[in-house]
Design a protein around this ligand. Structure first.
Ligand SMILES: [Ca+2]
Ligand SMILES: [Ca+2]
Ligand SMILES: [Ca+2]
Ligand SMILES: [Ca+2]
Length: 277
């Protein structure tokens, strides 16, 4: 997966023709495994490595200043969580489509095996890094490990992270991207909320775009203890059955109450911080 967006203007390569793919998929949907879809998608999106311009443009900035988006959206609040989520989900897609703008890089990360080169970018060009990608090396941009991040509180630690999930089939046999959002609600430097942006609420194997599930470490002890579905801003609290939340997330099993909140995202945040400083 090339991490430049599917509609990026900076790419001269022809964009994948989704309509033809969708037609074919429509007939095959029940028989195609998710793995096949992901492979197909990564082939479709696979593009050339870094351009010469890109390579010569690496700049290193350590200044800690508030990003344009953080200034606009302001600090996280539970009350505004859906509005903030909507804005940042949109913002991630916008950044993804923007032209690459390298900010800083490190070759020493161990978070994703085989992808040690962490590249930060300032895609909205406000002087603050907003995008990250773990690469095999400086010259190889094919990766699925990328996303965006913000410091909404403006205190130098990032408190909102988006992590690219992949491609799947949505209702109407449409191809759709799905992503995870991670939030540090109490701004203590550890993520405590995981949002999956598309769930399959009716359980027919196809996600319903825009329907979200939120998993919370509500008391900030590192364990998951609450869950919600939020659809169009309407919140439904999930009741645990037999000690588990049925999240309707097609990419994971039911979640046990008390399960450890995933720590890989804290590791990503820590890598990003190291590169910035
Ligand atoms: Ca920026
Ligand atoms: Ca936290
Ligand atoms: Ca469905
Ligand atoms: Ca907890």
């Amino acid at each position: 997966m090339h991490f430049t967006g599917p509609n990026a203007k900076s790419n001269t390569a022809t964009l994948p023709d989704f309509s033809a793919v969708t037609d074919r998929l429509q007939k095959l949907v029940p028989f195609i495994s998710l793995v096949f879809i992901l492979t197909l998608a990564s082939l479709l999106f696979s593009k050339d490595a870094l351009s010469a311009e890109y390579r010569s443009n690496l700049i290193f900035v350590s200044e800690n200043k508030k990003s344009r988006v953080a200034s606009k959206i302001g600090p996280y609040s539970d009350k505004r969580r859906w509005q903030i989520y909507k804005k940042l989900d949109k913002e991630f897609n916008r950044l993804w489509d923007k032209r690459a703008n390298p900010f800083a890089a490190s070759v020493n990360t161990r978070t994703f095996r085989g992808f040690p080169y962490l590249l930060l970018e300032d895609r909205d060009r406000d002087g603050v890094a907003d995008s990250y990608a773990y690469l095999k090396g400086k010259g190889n941009q094919d990766t699925q490990e990328f996303g965006a991040f913000w410091d909404l509180a403006g205190d130098g630690t990032l408190d909102w992270l988006v992590f690219y999930g992949g491609v799947t089939i949505a209702e109407g046999a449409k191809m759709s991207f799905w992503h995870r959002h991670l939030i540090d609600r109490n701004n203590d430097g550890k993520f405590d909320t995981l949002v999956v942006n598309n769930v399959d609420q009716d359980g027919n194997g196809m996600i319903e775009q825009g329907k979200t599930v939120w998993l919370y470490d509500a008391n900030f002890d590192g364990r998951i203890d609450a869950a919600e579905h939020i659809v169009g801003g309407k919140v439904s609290k999930l009741q645990a059955e037999n000690g588990r939340f049925d999240t309707k997330d097609p990419f994971s099993d039911t979640v046990r109450v008390g399960e450890r909140f995933p720590t890989v995202f804290d590791q990503i945040a820590s890598d990003i911080k190291k590169v910035k400083n």
